[in-house]
Design a protein around this ligand. Structure first.
Ligand code: BTN
Length: 257
């Protein structure tokens, strides 16, 4: 069944996020549509929403499995000052985790930096793409994908590492409610992020990664060590076996033992 946009709008409590919606039954990737809209001058908060993606993508050029009518695939166009762009990588997964908790009672964890996981399997991911012009940021495209009513066992490639709310709860979840709660949380957390460290602390307290021995891969570069902490920008602080500490801005974490 297709999304009931009116039911989403009725629940919206935001000032600007989701106040302009571009809704598509099928597209390549909501990130592509968002980029075109942003280039055309779409206002901050514009939401691109698709029922299906034929070329949904994840971080590191991976494919995001995006069957029709089951899950949430969206991109929010943001136009932050350059110094606020980093907080999007904290705010977006935290808003997903809190919205899932609010709507379902599950307590998702976050795998640094922005995978949302339940029972060790990935429920949602966030792709953030930015366009820079000189010293300033033209826009940021914040794209969460959440596995909602997807019978994940039908997707044999990812069934071992991914999950959906359907798998966890053995019932359907209202995509409209989850989407509206996410948009409300996302704007609220984004607006309150500069007012001290509580957003960072909320995100940190959900991180599954801290205190674990990890391998962090970024392009061809691999670093191993103890995931000690995160800094105020959300970077991972890794204590290496020789005692040196490195600050890691981006990468893919694999847990070791
Ligand atoms: C990841 O964990 O690798 C990020 C996955 C992000 C998937 C979403 S679905 C909506 C948006 N459009 C895309 O093509 N990707 C993101």
């Amino acid at each position: 069944m297709w999304l009931n946009l009116r039911a989403v709008e009725e629940r919206l409590e935001t000032r600007f996020v989701g106040r302009h919606i571009v809704y598509l039954t099928s597209t390549t990737s909501t990130q592509d549509v968002a980029r075109a809209e942003a280039e055309e001058g779409a206002p901050a908060g514009t939401l691109i929403l698709a029922e299906e993606q034929t070329a949904g993508r994840g971080r590191f050029g991976r494919t995001w499995v995006s069957p029709a009518g089951k899950n949430l695939y969206l991109t929010v166009i943001m136009r932050p000052e350059v110094h606020r762009a980093r907080c999007l990588g904290i705010v977006a997964p935290l808003a997903v985790a809190e919205a899932v908790e609010d709507v379902t009672g599950l307590s998702p964890r976050i795998k640094w930096p922005n995978d949302v996981i339940v029972e060790g399997r990935k429920l949602a991911g966030v792709l953030i793409e930015t366009e820079v012009q000189g010293q300033s940021l033209k826009y940021a495209l914040v794209g969460p994908g959440i596995n909602v009513n997807f019978e994940i066992d039908e997707a044999s490639d990812i069934a071992g590492i991914a999950t959906s709310l359907k798998r966890e709860l053995v019932r359907d979840t209202s995509r409209e409610e989850l989407l509206a709660v996410f948009l409300n949380r996302f704007e609220m957390l984004y607006e309150s992020a500069p007012e001290g460290g509580h957003v960072l602390q909320e995100w940190r307290s959900r991180l599954d990664t801290l205190g674990r021995h990890v391998k962090v891969t970024f392009r061809d570069h691999v670093q191993e060590g103890l995931a000690e902490d995160v800094d105020a920008d959300g970077n991972l602080i890794l204590a290496q076996p020789d005692g040196r500490r490195v600050v890691i801005e981006a990468g893919e974490v694999t847990l070791r033992g």
